[in-house]
Design a protein around this ligand. Structure first.
Ligand code: TXA
Ligand code: MG
Length: 351
């Protein structure tokens, strides 16, 4: 299949004409990758089971891992969900449009192909102008998982999408680099107490400020054992896996740097190529290894922004192992550490 690539020159001066063809493709059951404020999404009509099947096929994704349906305004929500509980209404008011996904009880019209067989549906209203305008013009809710091949880091630039999906989908809209860089926060509001299923840029602190009590799904903090069924089925897969073996090193900065330097030397003696994930603050402390600066500790949003691109860069440079510094687990750090822990397959060394 020929994949058409459309470049958006100026998001702030976006014109409908730039997105009409993409909107038509979505309406007619085709697939279009597009930018959102979190990561690039691979979109298809959420109410068309064949479009959802095509999404799974293009990504190579297991079909029991449900998709998020994207909307452009509150009026589009009732077509997807049976009810909007109080918690959902309050979160929508506070954080939509934005990097927040909520789980609701689904209406019968939402096919099981979209929800991975579940009775619930995940819904998000993105704030990115391209995403928002495209959904509105399509006139249908848009199912969109991250636009990567299953198991690879989520795409934060159009080039990442091209790497993974060129030739497999109808169109890729290039809207430049995304802003946030990690996927949306997911909160299940379909039960008694809201549950955080995936941390993101709408932080636990921000959720609690609106809702009071929020529970945390255990799949967020540790590896999921075979006998536990995580509430977000996607959390059980080893996501974001770089090709190299990755070790996350936690502790006082000085010890972390010493440990990484010592292990780097050892690995190099064995003939291995070593990648190191460091920060602006520590970049001068590593004499050996291939360095990737993930961002600045002073501005944690830069770390989220660069995280997946750094993992992809190490894939391209074919390193054998990666040592990464770690981050605090509060605020945005919870999302950052969740993604890094998963990339490392929970291989964490405390020094
Ligand atoms: O930021 C994002 O959310 C991006 C952009 C494109 O919007 N999308 C995204 O989709 O990250 P995806 O498919 O890569 O991740 C969706 C996650 C999966 O872990 C899935 O298991 C969970 O949402 N999910 C979807 N529907 C669910 C449901 N009904 N109940 C529980 N978890 C659900
Ligand atoms: Mg994904």
């Amino acid at each position: 299949m020929d994949t058409k690539i459309v470049r958006i020159t100026d998001k702030e001066q976006l014109k409908d004409e730039e997105l009409l063809e993409a909107a038509r493709i979505l309406r007619e059951g085709g697939l279009v990758a597009f930018p959102t404020e979190t990561v690039y999404g691979l979109g298809g009509n959420a109410l068309d089971e064949h479009a959802s099947e095509k999404i799974y096929a293009a990504k190579g994704r297991p079909s029991d891992n449900p998709l998020i349906a994207h909307i452009s305004c509150m009026e589009e929500l009732p077509a997807l969900v049976r009810e909007v509980p109080e918690a959902g209404r309050r979160l929508a008011e506070a954080y939509w449009p934005g990097p927040l996904t909520m789980i609701f009880r689904k209406r019968d019209e939402v096919p099981y192909e979209t929800t991975g067989g579940l009775e619930t549906v995940a819904v998000r209203m993105p704030s990115d102008p391209v995403a928002s305008r495209l959904i509105r013009l399509a006139g249908v809710p848009v199912a969109a998982p991250s636009a990567n091949t299953s198991g690879r880091p989520s795409p934060t630039r159009a080039e990442h999408v091209i790497e993974d999906l060129n030739g497999k989908i109808d169109m890729i809209i290039d809207g430049g680099q995304v802003g946030i860089g990690v996927e949306s926060t997911i909160v299940d509001v379909s039960g008694e107490t809201p549950v955080l299923l995936r941390p993101g840029a709408v932080t636990m602190e921000m959720l609690e400020a609106v809702l009071g009590r929020v529970d945390i799904d255990p799949a967020i903090t540790g590896p999921v054992s075979a006998d536990i069924k995580p509430k977000a089925p996607g959390m059980k897969y080893r996501h974001y896996a770089p090709k190299a073996e990755m070790v996350l090193v936690e502790g006082e900065m000085e010890q972390v740097v010493r440990y990484i330097n010592q292990e780097t030397k050892k690995a190099q003696k064995e003939g291995k190529t070593v990648g190191i994930i460091c920060t602006e603050e520590s970049r001068n402390l590593y004499p050996e290894g291939i360095l990737e600066v993930i961002g600045s500790r002073e501005h944690e949003e830069t770390v989220a922004h660069n995280l997946f691109a750094v993992l992809r860069e190490f894939d391209n440079r074919k390193v054998d192992c990666i040592f990464s510094e770690s981050f605090s687990r509060d605020q945005l750090g919870q999302a950052i550490m969740n993604r890094l822990c998963k990339a490392a397959g929970y291989h964490i060394v405390k020094v």
